[in-house]
Design a protein around this ligand. Structure first.
Ligand code: UD1
Length: 363
């Protein structure tokens, strides 16, 4: 059989890496699954893309659509035009998309309109917040997907309740955690770690990139001021997403205990998570990684599509008002963070399960 795997933005890369690895292992034994890897080019900077391909040993894409940045509509349209051409020239039996970024939705629509089956990895999760582009991407993608791979029983339930058949839904676990387990032994300190005299469990790690938190300069500066006040006297490491960098640069905000740095490659970033006293973030994926690493995590959002990171894991939903961080920071500082555990099937073998299911269905 032939499968086309899509990756477009940073959080996709750690989700596809173990699937490609599992396909290669599968091909050593039985009938081969032929695959093509298509990078849409949604993320294109070395630090947002190439570094991940290199560290996670993802093969070079067979096609890079090179769409680059743009408004939601422009980016979606450019991906669809490029991906339609790709599929017309190289028609697969199945297109596999992961996560919830614009590339996920655009490629799912394009494939389905050419009557090609679509598999969605990380299907069925919902935040209920339609102001986030990712939520629209999730809903649209799942409305036309043929095979759903879910990270939790709850996500499977959401899909069943929406009318999807039980035969199309597979609760398999989390491919991002496959990547985490595969790389845990190789995490490495950033080049500046020693020189800047950072010490394990004595700093907070911050990431912010959601439009709602970062696009408005006054709002972002207010967030940072409150984070610095609440975490004082600890130092804070903040690897800055390009979207956020534009706004911080414009504001000129700086603080002596705030260490701003470029987006980190995978092995360095996970090193920073693992060794942090706690993480403050608006990312979804990082709440999953912090959960598996048992690191206290505070999410600066008012909803989450990943409730298991709160009910089972080490995450807490703070809201978008940074003043609300205070009671959570007190718990971190007093060493009274809740006990957490790892959600079911987040065991490092999700990709093998996915590949076996695909092989059984198509071969
Ligand atoms: C995207 C995803 C988000 C994911 C995030 C992780 C969507 C709707 N959002 O958001 O779910 O959590 O990626 O990073 O798909 N930029 C660069 N270099 C790059 C990529 C982007 O400078 O390599 C700049 C762009 O010029 C743009 C901004 O960053 O101004 C935002 O990029 P975009 O891909 O539109 O969305 P993200 O905010 O990165």
């Amino acid at each position: 059989m032939k499968i086309t795997i899509v990756a477009g933005a940073r959080p996709n890369f750690m989700k596809i890496a173990p699937i490609i690895r599992a396909i290669k292992e599968h091909n050593n034994e039985g009938p081969k699954i032929e695959f093509r890897l298509v990078h849409t080019g949604q993320h294109y900077d070395k630090k947002m893309s190439d570094d991940f391909f290199e560290q996670l040993r993802i093969p070079q894409p067979d096609n890079n659509l090179g769409v680059g940045s743009g408004t939601q509509a422009a980016q979606t349209a450019a991906i669809m035009v490029g991906f339609e051409k790709e599929l017309q020239e190289n028609r697969p039996d199945l297109v596999l998309v992961v996560g919830d970024v614009t590339s996920t939705m655009a490629c799912a629509i394009t494939a389905k309109k050419l009557c090609i089956d679509v598999a969605h990895v990380e299907a069925g999760i919902r935040s209920g917040d339609l102001t986030m582009p990712e939520e629209i991407n999730r809903i649209v993608t799942d409305s036309i997907t043929d095979i759903f791979f879910t990270t939790t029983q709850e996500a499977s339930q959401t899909l069943e309740t929406s009318g999807k058949t039980a035969e199309s839904i597979y609760f398999v676990g989390n491919t991002m955690i496959d990547t985490l387990f595969q790389n845990l032994e190789n995490l490495q300190a950033p080049t500046w770690w020693k020189e800047e005299e950072f010490t394990s469990k004595e700093y907070f790690l911050v990431t912010l990139h959601r439009p709602g938190n970062v696009d408005d300069m006054n709002n972002l500066v207010n967030l940072l001021q409150n984070i610095m006040k609440g975490t004082s006297p600890s130092r804070v490491i903040f690897p800055v997403h390009p979207r956020t960098k534009k706004v911080i640069d414009q504001s000129g905000y700086a603080h002596p205990d705030l260490y701003l740095t470029d987006p980190m490659p995978y092995l360095e970033f996970l090193y920073l998570v693992k060794n942090a006293k706690a993480v403050i973030t608006d990312s979804g994926g990082i709440t999953e990684e912090a959960t598996v690493l048992s690191v206290p995590c505070m999410t600066l959002r008012s909803s989450t599509e990943r409730p298991e990171t709160i009910t089972i894991g080490s995450n807490e939903l703070v809201g978008t008002d940074p003043v609300k961080l205070v009671p959570f920071l007190v718990k971190v500082n007093e060493g009274k963070w809740k006990k957490s555990s790892i959600p079911e099937l987040w065991d490092g073998h999700t990709s093998e399960r996915i590949v076996k299911i695909i092989a059984d269905r198509y071969q």
